[in-house]
Design a protein around this ligand. Sequence first.
Ligand SMILES: Nc1nc2c(ncn2[C@@H]2O[C@H](COP(=O)(O)OP(=O)(O)OP(=O)(O)O)[C@@H](O)[C@H]2O)c(=O)[nH]1
Ligand SMILES: [Mg+2]
Ligand SMILES: [Zn+2]
Length: 421
Amino acid sequence: MNTTLDIQSRLTCPNCWVDLSPADLLWVSSHPDLRGDNYLGTDAQKRFLPSRFDSDGFALDANGMRSQSLACPECHLAIPRILVDFKPIFVSVIGASSSGKSYFLTSAIWELRRKCQALRLSFADADPVANQIISEHEQKLFLSDKPSELVAISRTETDGELYQQVNYGTRQELYARPFVFSLKPTPDHIGYKGEKELRLVSRALCLYDNAGEHFRPNLEAALSPATDHLALSEALIYVFDPLQHPRFRQLCRKHSQDPQLNDDFQVVRQDEVIVEAAKRIRLKANLAEHEQFNKPLIVAVNKLDVWQHLLPNIDFNNLHPFQATGDGVTGIYANMINEASRVLRELLVQAAPEVVAACDSFCNDVTYIPISPQGCSPEVKEGNWGVRPSSLKPVWAEVPLLYALSRTNCGLVPTISNNSQ
Ligand SMILES: Nc1nc2c(ncn2[C@@H]2O[C@H](COP(=O)(O)OP(=O)(O)OP(=O)(O)O)[C@@H](O)[C@H]2O)c(=O)[nH]1
Ligand SMILES: [Mg+2]
Ligand SMILES: [Zn+2]
């Protein structure tokens, strides 16, 4: 582990978004007696500015114990060490309640772990503690020891474990908890320049799940910091759920028994989600009403397993949008993604024109990508919703994230324009 804090000259706290110098970082004491933080409460380990270091360069706390973690001087929340070493890429996931954001992130991360080797990337948890929630979700869905029994990921609550509360005296703030991963090229990657250069070409991928409620207009004031990460993200992934859209519901009922199509299922106006997110981003980024978001907006059109009959000529199960080419480059096929996006946009213009209009008015770089994180419908047993791990077969779940990475200038996921498929 590198212990000198001078690799990046500046870094951004992934919790409160303040811009920092690594020299200002606090350390988190390790000794069990050193508890109590004025912002985080009596149970939190004390934060301190170090004056003593051990021979490996780790700070020693007041009781002489080696400190392992860093914290932000502004919000006191933990900052994964990787952010000192690697440049970050922030990606936020938004969408209405029950649109499938949490299942999407879980499947996407699982698939990336499985497929990264083929992409000549090493993809790993940068901070197992920070990623514990998503790891538990992965365990539930993909590593179950009783795969034929129903399991479920619980709803993301606005006051739940995906948010962190900080008490600044009389003021309280709620910050979204990032999931943080390291992305490094392996020696056979085109961008690999040797061990010494690894820090320059590797990245820390920070992902944010959100509770759908955060995009209800009336909650704006109370939840502002919780959604501030949107404005700083390299790409936004908007999960659109056709199963919550009246026109799509009609089109799917004849073909699917998915319980989400039942009459009593609550549906919401999903164009409002993007309008609300746009409003907050404009405010935070100081953009005028007519100015457009200048990063990619990726619309992940979810639950493809239910509506795939609407695109009968395309079998997404057998289309692989990233592959190794003969000249040793592994990347994403721009043509295939662009074609999928074009076809999907046409479908949405017919079935949900208000969603396309809302996306277009916010951003001129919109890509539509079909996904199915489960590849099957959930089931309801005695009033409880869940999926059987043995039935899961994700389709394109990792593609929105890979596409987002390909749109940054990090070079880790190159774009390949010639598509031989
Ligand atoms: N048919 C189908 N249903 C899916 C798929 N992925 C997720 N779902 C269902 O979508 C529902 C909502 O999923 P979540 O991931 O919890 O939704 P969310 O957007 O995180 O919701 P909040 O946390 O409330 O904001 C669950 O009942 C899932 O079983 C899919 O690929 N196909
Ligand atoms: Mg959720
Ligand atoms: Zn902070």
